[in-house]
Design a binder for this molecule. Sequence first.
Ligand code: ADP
Ligand code: MG
Length: 233
Amino acid sequence: MAPVGPGPGPLLDADELYRFYRNGEEEVLALRGVSLSVAAGEVVAVVGPSGSGKSTLLGCLAGLDEPAGGTVRILGQRMNARTEAERAALRARHVGILFQSENLFTHLTVAQNVALVQRLAGKQSNGPGEVLESVGLSTRARAYPSQLSGGETSRAGLAVALANEPELLLADEPTGELDSEAGLRLVQLLRRQADSGCGILIVTHSPDAVAAADRVVFLADGRVQEPPRKEAS
Ligand code: ADP
Ligand code: MG
């Protein structure tokens, strides 16, 4: 087993990730040697056409999926090629996940949703108040998910993702279903989170999200596309 405890290097470091799917006779090469890193305080936007491997990449980075080859390290700790329980423990301590589909339990209030995730991680926490305040939902703490607007729902999802103060936040098209105003507000919250030290990787089609990013990674056909270089003279 890899040593535990923070090691040197970036917050997130993915090296040469491969992931194949087999549908009967057909093999889909979803990731063909993807390497990338995210530093603390940095927003990295991943863009690319549908089917280019963006969601597959996020799944591998989050330890929800197992790459066929390559290495994912979070705070120097290897995330892949470990037991499910070890991956879940690493994820609960260090990674927040924000997907497009909501991650809220419908029978719990917004505050109860955040409190539940905090209890499950077993980390020291100050309760849901602080994180709800940070996403502008203090007044909606006792609302149920069905009572929230689209923008509020996305911010409640963000509150759940940030419940345990993760060092790394992974987001898959989080503004995809939002109107532009609510989308911009979410992007601004993500930017602010990064400015206070969180590393953020966001899969997105949103120009606002790309504009707020420090770096953009282009994915096509399961590979990172190098930015166009100046012609050598
Ligand atoms: P994106 O998020 O960029 O749209 P995905 O990561 O979802 O791309 O998919 C990348 C490729 O892998 C696509 O060709 C997709 O059809 C294929 N794929 C994704 N998930 C599966 C799966 N569970 N089984 C088979 N093929 C899959
Ligand atoms: Mg996708």
